[in-house]
Write a protein of this length. Sequence first.
Length: 182
Amino acid sequence: MKKSNFFIDKWWWNYFGGTDDSITLMDYFQKDDIKDYPLSKIFDDFNLQSQIDFGNARDTKDIRFFDDDNIHYHHIIFAIDLITNLIVITLESLHNKVVNIKDLHSCSKSNKIFTIIITSKEWDYMMFVLDDFIENAIKYDLAELCPKEDMIEMSEHCKEIKEELKKYRNIKQYPFINDDKL
């Protein structure tokens, strides 16, 4: 059996990927047959646009996505969980050109493979969130539940993730980056 080339393995299930919000995100990716996810679509589907417009990821306000019936929804507890999970998954997409849902959630019944498409505005927002979390981790609503030491360790992981992401900022050959907006 071929071993997976899961680049984000170092961080996934270590503050990223192991929360209820992570499972909600996995449900989101498994709900349809979309193969290329513009980050803007994910933000819109989770009603994150107001937080992005105001440069806020610290407070959770009505973060959720609806099933196809537009009646049933999946709720996100902490916006920062969702956003940092998306950032780490975007790093996987940048590094391996695709994301395998089985790598993110081994119990998944889906074999879905997808990519994340980002624009320069979304890139800037991801960097802003990482910078803010690195400097202000204990000011996030997540800190109400997590010990200070865990928040600090998570911010250290965010530093590493940011450094990895920076390697991909100006590489144009990746088709999943919306090049005309970079």
